[in-house]
Design a protein around this ligand. Structure first.
Ligand SMILES: Cc1cc2nc3c(=O)[nH]c(=O)nc-3n(C[C@H](O)[C@H](O)[C@H](O)COP(=O)(O)OP(=O)(O)OC[C@H]3O[C@@H](n4cnc5c(N)ncnc54)[C@H](O)[C@@H]3O)c2cc1C
Length: 428
């Protein structure tokens, strides 16, 4: 079993075909828009702002894609975790419908950006399968299918037999197929956005942690150890990996998620396991996911933190889970393992907040950041540059507060650990 650390055992770092040069900031500069955070949100904002003719400087504390964007499963989904009725219940009919329509089109927008900028990120748009792990899971999928179909989404509910044919596993009661979605190599996508933003004129600086943000006389100043950026407008896109600033700290419930990758599978196995290349996750409360990469590695993931004393329970579980789903993979070594932190909000709705005048921040995509991060970054850049907040995907709130997040985090992590321990006792 591979040693697990931050990103040095992360498959996406080993296989990324995109390279981007983002030297640290070493001077003082003045631009129209300064962006803090180099993930999907910040880089989409940088790309769209630079393409609109604004001068842009993005500051990333570590390397591009260091946060959730480079640790992701790579499922480019259409929509949020929540089914449409729940989104409307939280936001109201009109705002809910607007967000549902915007995010329904997000995968098409992402794959179009990938094609337009020739981003090397293994794009496969063959749909996703939300797999029912139980009869109750299938009932949930029936409900989701009805709600999504009512919005005009081209989704299909698959029988257990059809799900077995598509996945190569007979473990599921059925699945919800969404042909709008697909898979990507997430680090390739985020690095490709950075490369495209640079080509459009944006300055992108890695290893440039913003240690102080201030606003005076209509100008923002973002100070890093190497220099400062002054700008009329600010976007903060630090999300679950916010660090080094005690101002405008995003409020969310941290949920950890880990993944392991096998070696590339031989062709005879690739012909039967996910031959159509869909990305999959299941309906279990402590959910798990599986997909293939371009080289034919099986990537399996689940909720849990690999960085604590009981993490061996998660890694032992994932081996059994792989064998349970795909008995032919029981002896496949797991070569690489990595994990990341998801910013969940209690209502599972992402938030746009206001760090101050002419400034916006976004966080809390609750595990759905590829499409939403791309659209929220774009919308925030457009709104700040035009002064027209109707361009935002969702109305901003002055601030967003989550109560007892430490307790909730412990609840999720303990729940995931216990669930994986109990499953060990009952046989998988
Ligand atoms: C394990 C995992 C699996 C996931 N799977 C999926 C999936 O399959 N599909 C999907 O759609 N979503 C998925 N998500 C969610 C998705 O990855 C996130 O929602 C998304 O990456 C958020 O992008 P972001 O740009 O907002 O934040 P991030 O990518 O986290 O970027 C924030 C950046 O800000 C930087 N930063 C922080 N503080 C400072 C500072 N002071 N100065 C400068 N820079 C700073 C950080 O270093 C970081 O790079 C997953 C998340 C995880 C963790």
């Amino acid at each position: 079993m591979a040693k697990v650390s931050e990103n040095d055992s992360n498959l996406w770092h080993k296989t990324c075909a995109e390279r981007v040069s983002a030297p640290p900031l070493k001077t003082d500069t003045t631009v129209d828009l300064v962006i803090v955070g180099g993930g999907f949100t910040g880089l989409s904002a940088a790309l769209h702002a630079a393409e609109a003719g604004a001068s842009v400087c993005l500051l990333e504390a570590r390397e591009i894609g260091y946060g959730g964007s480079g640790r992701n499963v790579g499922l480019a989904n259409a929509g949020l975790w929540l089914p449409p009725d729940d989104i409307r219940a939280h936001l109201g009919q009109q705002a809910g419908d607007r967000l549902i329509v915007l995010l329904a089109g997000a995968p098409a927008y992402v794959y179009d950006l990938i094609a337009r900028h020739d981003i090397a990120c293994e794009p496969v748009r063959n749909g996703t399968l939300h797999c029912a792990h139980s009869a109750a899971g299938l009932a949930d999928l029936r409900n989701r299918h009805a709600q999504l179909a009512a919005t005009g989404a081209p989704v299909a509910l698959l029988s257990a037999g059809d799900t077995a044919k598509r996945t190569g596993s007979d473990a599921f009661h059925g699945a919800l197929f969404d042909p709008r979605a697909g898979t990507i190599q997430p680090l390739g996508y985020v690095r490709g956005l950075a490369r495209a933003a640079q080509a459009a004129g944006a300055q992108i600086h890695g290893n440039s942690p913003v240690v102080e943000l201030s606003h005076q006389d209509g100008t923002w100043s973002a100070r890093t150890p190497g220099g400062a950026v002054r700008a009329r407008a600010l976007i903060q896109a630090t999300n679950a990996y916010h660090q080094g600033l005690n101002t405008h700290v995003p409020a969310y419930v941290p949920v950890h998620y880990f993944q392991y990758a096998t070696a590339p599978l031989p062709d005879r196995l690739r012909a039967t396991i996910l031959p159509g290349g869909e990305g999959c996750w299941d309906t279990a409360l402590v959910m798990s996911s599986f997909r293939m990469d371009a080289a034919g590695r099986m990537i399996i993931g689940a909720m849990g933190d690999l960085g604590h004393f009981a993490s061996g329970i998660h890694t032992a579980w994932v081996r059994r889970k792989l064998a349970q789903l795909f008995p032919v993979l029981a002896d496949q070594p797991l070569q690489l393992g990595w994990h990341g932190r998801i910013a969940m909000t209690s209502d599972h709705i992402p938030k746009i907040t206001r760090p101050g005048p002419n400034a916006l921040a976004a966080h809390g995509y609750s595990g759905r950041g590829i499409g939403p991060g791309t659209m929220f970054g774009k919308g925030m850049a457009e709104a700040l540059l035009s002064g027209d907040e109707s361009k935002l995907p969702i109305a901003p709130v002055v601030d967003h507060v989550e109560r007892v997040t430490g307790v909730q985090q412990a609840y999720f992590e303990t729940g995931a650990t216990l669930m994986h321990l109990i499953k060990a006792r009952v046989g998988y």
